[in-house]
Design a protein around this ligand. Structure first.
Ligand SMILES: [Zn+2]
Length: 596
């Protein structure tokens, strides 16, 4: 069967049997002129577009940043006619948000295209289970459901899927499943006996390894499509021959440009996909840079469509490419149900930290070949993708971003004198000695909680931009209060070592050893001969939980009990020693004298 997308374009454009790349281009250029006219008169952003041009390549680009900066500059209809607003993060690391508007007519067009796309993989009378989105009016799931209804296909939407077993139960008996690639893969590895006839993988990059694995396990036909919110969620879908994406050419113009020169690519050359939405009513977008890469396939498809198609889509961002590569490698292992990947950037290089749900061991050598120069660490553990739903991504952890929190606001009642200001040796107080060890260990921010009695003296003693004093006016509220005050002052995304002022013995070598055991998911505790000591190292994830929850536990240790703990075996007892009483201090002094 020829791709339903091709048939739809032939009808929609009125070109019929004469449809080819040239006749289509002619039709699109006429629509483009109407679009320019519309965008110029209706929107602030496009008001200065030229009226006269020979080719689309003469028009300026629109970037995701433009949309994020002022979405209303693109709005072409009165605000009260907006039927749906979607807020999304832009790709890459910037994390800026952009708002996309849709009118009723836009939503009808989305449904129409969904119906066309779903014709490739469903038949009237079938049942489809939608494992993404929810039933909110005009949500993705809702639009897909009504599109399916229009072609005689019933569907269910699973609004809340807490785990893979819930997803599997929902999928039983369905002819077609719509879901995210890694989630569907996990389903087929947990329950290989399901027999859906077709699958649409959506809402994330689709690795070849997943397509193959699902097809083989469930003996079904796996389809992929491509879309983004800006273009109405879907603009390209493959046909039953799976050799490239048929694009929605009666609704948009697809260009591939060389990102270096901004010129159109030669046919077949890899470049950035640029889209012009010909029919968007609420929010026209002209020459929108998607940030995704692909190439045109010019040879006719086996389905007999003679229109050019898009090849596989590649992200421009290196971290996306890395997670996609990991997906390809790891999901090709038949026992892998899921995994989580972090790239930890350290002073002496990068470490790839993988938590893999698999009963089969992964060959580290193979991974190392694909990730040269990176240290690889693998842990095996349960990883159900439904418990942390969303696009797959590589977590980037800047290990360089390590702070230290020195708790020195206690009243030192047993000692009689403020411990922070006790002399460690002839030149340094406890506080100065401890700070110097953390600076030596590479900490970029050092936060010291201090009480009102010593803050001025501490500040006059130590002036370094890396050191920040935080006043604790209520040392009587205990250590956890002090921890809260200190962690609140951390730079964003920082991990943190927590140290008490009463342990000046700890040295930079011991601190570095703890840092080398950094784990993004667990807190690290140093241990000597079975006894735990200080400092503890908390990753960003646990700090975030702590600040969100403002725990009322009696101690930090109580709070930490609910998180995974990693023990670091130390070579000496410096992590255990405290100086709490005048006797302890006397021991320290005599030891220092003994040394000198
Ligand atoms: Zn085809």
């Amino acid at each position: 069967m020829i791709s339903p997308v091709h048939t739809w374009i032939a009808e929609k454009t009125g070109i019929g049997n004469d449809l080819n790349d040239l006749t289509l281009r002619e039709w699109q250029m006429a629509r483009l002129k109407d679009l320019i006219e519309y965008a110029k008169t209706k929107t602030k952003f496009y008001k200065d577009l030229p009226v006269l041009f020979h080719d689309i390549s003469e028009l300026p680009f629109t970037t995701p940043e433009d949309v994020a900066a002022d979405p209303f500059a693109f709005l072409a209809i009165p605000q009260n006619e907006i039927a749906r607003i979607t807020t999304i993060s832009t790709s890459g690391t910037t994390g800026i948000k952009k708002r996309i508007f849709f009118s009723e007519a836009d939503i009808e067009r989305i449904k129409e295209y969904f119906a066309v796309g779903m014709r490739s993989l469903t038949k009237p009378g079938w049942h489809t289970e939608i494992l993404i989105s929810d039933e909110t009016v005009n949500s993705l799931g809702y639009l897909l459901k009504s599109a399916l209804e229009s072609i005689g296909v019933t569907s269910g939407i699973q609004s809340h899927i807490p785990d893979v077993l819930t997803a599997i139960n929902a999928a039983r008996g369905a002819d077609c499943l719509v879901g995210m690639p890694a989630e569907i893969l996990c389903m087929c590895r947990v329950e290989p006996e399901l027999r859906p006839k077709t699958i649409l993988l959506t809402a994330d990059y689709v690795p070849e390894s997943i397509i193959t694995a699902i097809g083989e396990a469930w003996h079904c036909d796996v389809f992929t499509h491509y879309g983004m919110t800006e273009n109405g969620f879907g603009y390209a879908v493959d046909c039953e021959y799976h050799s490239g994406y048929h694009t929605r050419d009666a609704g948009l113009i697809v260009e591939i440009i060389d990102p270096e020169t901004d010129n159109p690519c030669e046919n077949g050359q890899l470049g950035e996909i640029v889209l012009t939405m010909l029919c968007n009513e609420a929010m026209p977008l002209i020459r929108y840079r998607t940030g995704d890469f692909s190439r045109f396939i010019n040879s006719p498809c086996s389905c007999n469509s003679n229109l050019k198609r898009l090849d596989r889509i590649i992200s421009r961002y290196e971290t996306d490419q890395q997670i996609h590569l990991l997906d390809e490698i790891l999901f090709s292992y038949p026992e892998v149900k899921g995994f989580n990947a972090s790239l930890i950037k350290e002073e002496n290089g990068e470490r790839l930290h993988l938590i893999i749900d698999s009963s089969e061991e992964i060959d580290e050598g193979t991974l190392a070949k694909f990730f040269p120069g990176k240290k690889i660490r693998i842990k095996y553990d349960v990883n159900d993708p439904f418990t942390h739903r969303g696009k797959r991504k590589l977590n980037i952890i800047e290990r360089g971003h390590i702070s230290a929190l020195i708790l020195s606001s206690g009243l030192s009642e047993r000692m009689g004198n403020p411990k922070a200001l006790l002399m460690w040796d002839e030149n340094k107080t406890f506080l100065e000695k401890i700070i110097s060890e953390y600076v030596e260990s590479g900490c970029t921010t050092i936060i010291c909680t201090v009480n009102p009695l010593i803050i001025e003296e501490c500040q006059s003693l130590i002036s370094d931009t890396r050191i920040k004093f935080v006043l604790n006016e209520h040392p009587d509220l205990g250590r956890l209060h002090s921890v809260k005050l200190g962690l609140n002052e951390l730079p964003e995304n920082s991990a943190c070592l927590i140290q008490n002022i009463d342990n000046p013995y700890i040295g930079s070598e011991a601190i570095k050893k703890i840092l080398n055991s950094f784990d993004p998911d667990a807190w690290c505790s140093p241990e000597y001969h079975g006894r735990g000591g200080h400092p503890v190292l908390l990753p960003k994830k646990i700090i975030r939980e702590f600040l969100k929850e403002a725990p009322s536990d009696s101690t930090l240790q109580d709070f930490l009990k609910r998180f995974p703990k990693k023990t670091v075996q130390m070579d000496d007892d410096s992590i255990l020693k405290n100086v709490n009483t005048p006797e302890d201090y006397q021991i320290l002094i005599s030891r220092q004298l003994g040394c000198s």
